[in-house]
Design a protein around this ligand. Sequence first.
Ligand code: OFO
Length: 169
Amino acid sequence: MPMKPKLVEAFHAQIQAEFQSAYTYLGMAAWFMENNLPGFAQWMRFQWEEETLHAMKLYDFLHNRGEQVALRAVAAPSKKYTTAVNVFENVRKHEQMITKSINDLYELALKEKDLPSQIVLQWFINEQVEEEAQVMEIIERLKLVGSDGPSIYLMDRQMAERPAPTAGA
Ligand code: OFO
């Protein structure tokens, strides 16, 4: 069954938002590299991959529904960060915005009575809960560590242990 044009448009906007997330996190990976925190940089690179997988999940969904995929431009990410906590505060703000856009998209799928869209978006609703919780945990740990060099070094090594994302992530 074809999707309503308004819903397709909203999916296009969400694909753009996921690619924007990916690009933003790739910019943050570069900042961490430049600030001698390779573990955090690796974590961000995996986050870039994960966001790309999110975008592709929506991309494939539209294609499987017989709809066209219209890719939109993504903006250059900011690199004006001050500290690791500041980077993750920006991630938190960004993810809260993404959560809102996923929730709005789900509301629209409900309104349009599009059941397959609702199901695919339920996965994203759960994912956003996880993403926000994960970022909050990192912020809390960073605040605990403060400016203690050896603790930052240790945390950087732990961040590097994050496994590579998979399509189900
Ligand atoms: Fe796609 O979850 Fe973050 O943005």
